[in-house]
Design a protein around this ligand. Structure first.
Ligand SMILES: C[S@@+](CC[C@H](N)C(=O)[O-])C[C@H]1O[C@@H](n2cnc3c(N)ncnc32)[C@H](O)[C@@H]1O
Length: 276
């Protein structure tokens, strides 16, 4: 059944079980209009092609496909990123990594490396806030790097350098004032992982061996030889992994190791510092 008006399309989507906000955002996306118009003008007639596209996307949303993959867009901090199924959808929790980085006592022209950039969310949020920083971002996934490249070109051209690399493997032996990463940290079979996330987001972005700690351990192990004196490393991790990540960072000789909590009082980010 093709909906004739915005209001009918909304009723159809609600009948499929979609949340009102999701339905409004999808409808605004397919019609190329602001969400406020969807809310304010239910009598507006839908073009047939928009109606059909909306029904298709509403069905996919009802089956669990994330809204951001359907609209191809996700907001993070004050930027809007292109996202595809090749990249993790940037999470609000990750904003803690960025806001913490922005409070650190770093040189004005700090040299920064973000590992596993995905859509480029973290690197681009930093580039927007600190135009003088030199920011390098890496990912092992060529498909993710293509998405990040388009986001860099659109949001902050030439302000983030992208390199394909398996963690540090393809990088010159340079040192940084700040390393930061939101690496894969979910253990295979983790019952807390939402089924829709597991079904739709890239496994390469989510899962790590050794109970989810393998990539965090690899990054911690390399940090001392990649950080400048007094430099910082910031790692996002699962909310039960703070203790393990603190031990990993202590074990390689880093100082001032501490975990930070998110708005729900869960440990999400651990920070450490290279000795002088
Ligand atoms: C949890 S996602 C984070 C994406 C993005 N930084 C964000 O916060 O939205 C982890 C990212 O690490 C990348 N990755 C996984 N293994 C990697 C490796 N060995 N070397 C470099 N990047 C890797 C994945 O492709 C993915 O983009």
């Amino acid at each position: 059944m093709a909906a004739a008006t915005l209001g009918e399309a909304m009723r159809h989507a609600r009948g499929l079980g979609l949340a009102r906000l999701d339905a409004e955002l999808l409808l605004a996306h397919v019609c190329g209009i602001p969400r406020s118009r969807v809310v304010a003008r239910p009598e507006q007639v839908l073009e047939a092609a928009c109606g059909e596209r909306f029904l298709e996307l509403a069905d996919r949303r009802a089956l669990g496909e994330p809204l951001a993959y359907l609209t191809g867009r996700k907001g993070f901090m004050n930027i809007e990123l292109e996202v595809t199924a090749d990249v993790l959808i940037p999470r609000p929790e990750t904003e803690l990594l960025v806001t913490t980085a922005l409070t650190l006592p770093l040189p004005e022209r700090a040299c920064v490396l973000e590992l596993g950039t995905g859509s480029g969310a973290i690197a681009l949020a930093l580039a927007q806030a600190r135009p003088a920083w030199g920011i390098l971002a890496t990912d092992v996934s060529p498909a993710a790097l293509a998405v990040a490249g388009r986001n860099v070109s659109r949001i902050a051209p030439a302000r983030v350098r992208l390199i394909g690399s398996d963690w540090f493997a393809a990088l010159a032996p340079e040192r940084f004032d700040l390393l930061l990463a939101n690496p894969p940290y979910v253990a295979a079979g983790d019952p807390e992982l939402a089924a829709d996330v597991a079904a739709h987001e890239p496994g390469l972005a989510l899962f790590a061996a050794e109970a989810g700690l393998a990539d965090l351990a690899a990054l911690a192990a390399a940090a001392p030889e990649r950080l400048r004196p007094d430099g910082f490393i910031l790692l996002e991790h699962g909310h039960r992994q703070g203790g393990a990540v603190r031990r990993l960072l202590h074990a390689v000789g880093l100082k001032q190791v501490r975990s930070l909590t998110d708005d729900a009082a869960k440990e999400r980010v651990t920070i450490a510092r290279q000795p002088p």
